[in-house]
Design a protein around this ligand. Structure first.
Ligand code: 6CS
Length: 360
């Protein structure tokens, strides 16, 4: 997006925040007010945290726990306001607002963010991470991975705070999707980054990148045949109501990243910056347990309701998809260049090491 358009959308966002009646949008304002009235109890500073998902989602659970820990440990000095999906804009708009300093914290999923940072497209490739959640946690928290990504986020005025897994990506459709033949001409909705289109074209599908908010109507109106998301999202966004089958290939985890405005993060006091760092590090393990629970419970809920069938691919069926997915790694490297290749190689190496350790 060009600069004037970005400024315009940020202005609209700031207006939305003011109209929403949020407290003083500026940390500086709150801090200087406290200085000028030494006897008054200092006003808490407000940190705004925008989500790409609705209330009750995995991102919401993360943000609520982030808020609880930050507010408790700052002893009333900080208030975290959470904006669920729909309050401020689409995923890409949230990222732009954060880059312009209109919000302090947000989730940014690679499925949308790879437009701005092609290297994060690595998390949208299939069969790169392990099919073991524990192994993935170890890899995603590894300093080597974070150090490779941090300068790329900084170049885009963002600070990367953590990489979060939200559950296995599940294919929902009007039929089981057991082989690339089943995907032939299948109109599957993907997130908006172009690399996802390549992933599904490799299976013979007809991918349609669309914002999250338009998926349900797309299914309802028959504009798409299916979509791909973790179980909790398929349930809470009601996608399953329009679909007969859920197919699990364990081909990828839904990955999101937790980001802060880089200027805001750099201007924090040492104490507040350490608080942000420690709470986000703690929440990596915490959210893994929560997402597993959410995904299990919501699958049960959908199956109990009836009308949705669960299909689990065999190892042999998965292998056919794995082989079909491999050429897309070259497309990723063409887009993301040397730094993208280094990231892909590092992740593959770390997954192999961690899997060997786990099996050992
Ligand atoms: O499919 C999407 O676009 C969205 N899915 C999830 C689970 N979270 C955010 C993302 O935008």
């Amino acid at each position: 997006m060009n600069t004037s358009l970005r400024r315009f959308s940020s202005l609209v966002a700031v207006l939305a925040l003011v109209l929403a009646g949020c407290s003083d949008p500026s940390n500086e304002a709150a801090e200087s007010e406290a200085e000028s009235q030494p006897d008054a109890a200092p006003e808490p500073v407000t940190w705004r945290f925008a989500l790409e998902e609705i209330e009750g989602s995995v991102q919401d659970a993360y943000a609520q726990e982030f808020k609880r820990r930050i507010e408790e440990r700052s002893d009333g000095g900080i208030e975290v306001d959470i904006y669920p999906y729909g309050a401020l804009g689409t995923s890409s708009q949230l990222t732009e607002m954060l880059q312009d300093g209109a919000i302090e914290l947000a989730f940014a999923s690679p499925g949308h963010l790879a437009d701005a940072i092609p290297e994060v497209g690595v998390f949208t490739l299939h069969f790169v991470l392990s099919d073991n959640t524990e192994v993935n946690r170890q890899v995603l928290s590894d300093e080597r991975v974070l150090d490779l990504f941090q300068p790329l986020y900084n170049d885009e005025d963002m600070q990367l705070l953590g990489i979060v897994q939200e559950g296995w990506m599940i294919w929902s459709g009007d039929k089981p999707l057991r082989s690339p033949e089943d995907f032939k001409d299948f109109r599957i909705r993907t997130m908006t980054s172009p690399i996802l289109v390549n992933s599904y074209e490799a299976y013979g599908a007809n991918p349609t990148p669309t914002p999250y908010s338009e998926v349900y109507s797309g299914l309802q109106l028959g504009q798409i045949d299916g979509q791909v998301n973790p179980i909790f999202a398929i349930e809470e966004m009601s996608f399953y109501e329009e679909q007969d089958y859920l197919t699990s290939a364990r081909h990828a985890q839904f990955i999101s990243t937790v980001i802060a405005s880089q200027d805001w993060y750099a201007d924090l006091s040492d104490e507040h910056r350490e608080l942000v760092d420690s709470v986000s590090a703690e929440l990596n393990d915490w959210i893994d347990a929560v997402q597993i629970q959410y995904n299990e419970e919501r699958l049960q809920k959908m199956l109990d309701e009836g009308g949705t069938e669960w299909v689990e691919l065999t190892d042999a069926e998965r292998e056919v998809f794995r082989e079909a997915s491999l050429d897309v790694r070259d497309v990723y490297i063409d887009n993301a260049g040397e730094s993208g290749k280094e990231i892909l190689d590092t992740i593959l190496e770390l997954v192999e090491e961690a899997e060997a350790e786990t099996e050992g």
